[in-house]
Design a protein around this ligand. Structure first.
Ligand code: SAH
Length: 207
């Protein structure tokens, strides 16, 4: 996601009540942040946050954490989040560090319209490369569940390969999520791609 530079982004980010800056302090004890033992779902690459915010509002018994590495994106997303959503937090974090932040406590990981990294030599940067799958091993509580949405065929087929050879079973595999699940909470990218007429691919990987 490319956005113009925002001047006071540091201030916007650090002052947001949703941001947890000392995230490594909570490794293994995120239930303390939410003050309950409800399941925790995370989205890596939350972008403008439409999906994670609406998921949190609609599912008060699940805790949601949005993760985003780009300050320019965060500085635009954070001011638009309605205030006082108790079951939502946001981390300014590169997912490469995710195993330093969570320890056996995540129930579900959403990967929505992740950067496709089309060049073969950049495959390792894909959020479903084995580099990342190794890191995700440590964050999940019991069952490992990853839900992926993309309009990018190459990222989708690559992910089917990496996830299944890593031991994940795939379900809810569809090349047309709009027909499969017409009433769902969408992401900003998803809305944009649907408008363009692109098909939305989806899968659920469990282990
Ligand atoms: N999920 C949103 C945004 C998709 S764009 C939507 O569907 O609308 C992908 C987003 O992932 C970008 O904002 C990018 O900055 C973020 N991202 C990519 N790699 C990341 C990483 N390693 N850690 C955290 N965020 C990442």
């Amino acid at each position: 996601m490319r956005l113009r530079n925002i001047k006071n982004k540091e201030e916007i980010i650090t002052n947001s009540s949703y941001i947890i800056s000392d995230y490594k302090e909570y490794k293994g004890k995120w239930n303390k942040v939410f003050q309950n033992d409800n399941p925790i779902h995370i989205e890596i690459g939350m972008g403008m946050g439409k999906f994670i915010v609406n998921m949190a509002i609609n599912n008060p018994d699940i805790n949601f954490i949005g993760i985003e590495k780009q300050d320019n994106v965060l500085a635009r997303a954070l001011p638009n989040i309605p205030s006082d959503i108790k079951n939502l937090r946001v981390l300014r974090l590169n997912a490469l560090e995710i195993d330093e932040v969570f320890d056996n406590e995540i129930s579900l990981l959403y990967l929505n319209f992740s950067d496709p990294w089309p060049k073969v030599r950049h495959n390792n940067r894909r959020l479903t490369s084995t580099i990342f799958l190794n890191k995700y091993e440590k964050i999940f509580k019991n069952n490992k569940i990853i839900e992926l949405r993309t309009d990018n065929e190459s990222l989708y087929t690559y992910s089917i390969e990496t996830l299944s050879s890593y031991g994940y079973s795939l379900s809810e595999v569809t090349f047309d999520l709009n027909s499969y699940l017409p009433n769902r909470i969408t992401t900003e990218y998803e809305d944009k791609f649907i408008k363009k007429g692109n098909k939305i691919y989806h899968l659920k990987a469990s282990k």
